[in-house]
Design a protein around this ligand. Structure first.
Ligand SMILES: [Zn+2]
Ligand SMILES: [Zn+2]
Length: 235
């Protein structure tokens, strides 16, 4: 599909509903639209992110966009079908096509997900549990991270095979100017409060964790190196 976002929105309503969560008010006028469902004693609400069973060993994140009354599992005819908007994981992306170099893949997080406009109707019994998807800033500030905690900083368009924003537009850190991977260790400079990779500062991870005070290379220069003795203070 080559149409831009604005074009997609101006499509006929039927076409639109096939691909995206319809505004609830539109549907409510036509037919009762369920907002909540209860599965294995857990209540799920439209708009919530959920972990779904993908294979025996893997799970996938998706957002519940619609509860469909009809259909359902033949073995459990009363169970509804659900429409899910998929959040891709790193294994679902072709990084070569995205122009992301092999050595840059370490900056993609293990718990990083990429919301897409790809939706499917699936059986409700694919649900594993609720999960949470945070922005990368929120995720980085969390104290407790478990296997049900994810973060996102870019959407993925499976039709056009692009990230939005693109990898090159992601916020970067350290003197190497690489995107943050919250799963890696960073060390904070006591002068400029910026975050750095220990390896980029000539430290091992262990050494970095033992530092009581740390000044990054640019700040070390300002603090009295570099021969000019400019002083550390900012005028
Ligand atoms: Zn670095
Ligand atoms: Zn610094």
């Amino acid at each position: 599909m080559e149409s831009s976002k604005t074009k997609a929105i101006s499509k006929s309503k039927n076409e639109f509903q096939k691909h995206q969560a319809p505004p609830s008010s539109t549907v409510a006028a036509k037919k009762k639209q369920y907002r909540k469902l209860c599965f294995k004693e857990v209540v799920y609400t439209v708009g919530q992110t959920i972990l779904f069973r993908e294979t025996d060993k893997t799970c996938v994140v998706g957002k519940l966009v619609r509860i469909i009354e009809e259909g359902g599992n033949p073995q459990h005819p009363k169970w509804p079908m659900i429409e899910v908007q998929w959040y891709y994981q790193r294994k679902d992306l072709d990084f070569k096509k995205l122009g992301i170099a092999q050595e840059d893949l370490i900056y993609i997080g293990d718990n990083e997900v990429f919301p897409t406009n790809h939706t499917d109707r699936i059986y409700v019994d694919c649900i594993v549990s609720p999960c949470q998807v945070f922005t990368i800033k929120e995720y980085d500030d969390l104290d407790n991270i478990d296997t049900y905690t994810f973060f996102t900083r870019a959407n993925y368009n499976p039709m056009q095979k692009v990230l939005e924003p693109s990898f090159k537009e992601w916020e970067t850190f350290c003197i190497c100017s690489k995107p943050l991977n919250p799963n890696l260790l960073y060390i904070k400079c006591d002068e400029c409060s910026q975050w750095f990779h220990p390896s980029c500062m000539g430290l091992t991870d262990d050494e970095a964790q033992q530092q009581e005070e740390f000044y990054c290379r640019p700040c070390q220069g300002k603090r009295g190196g570099a021969g000019t003795n400019a002083g550390a203070g900012k005028a």
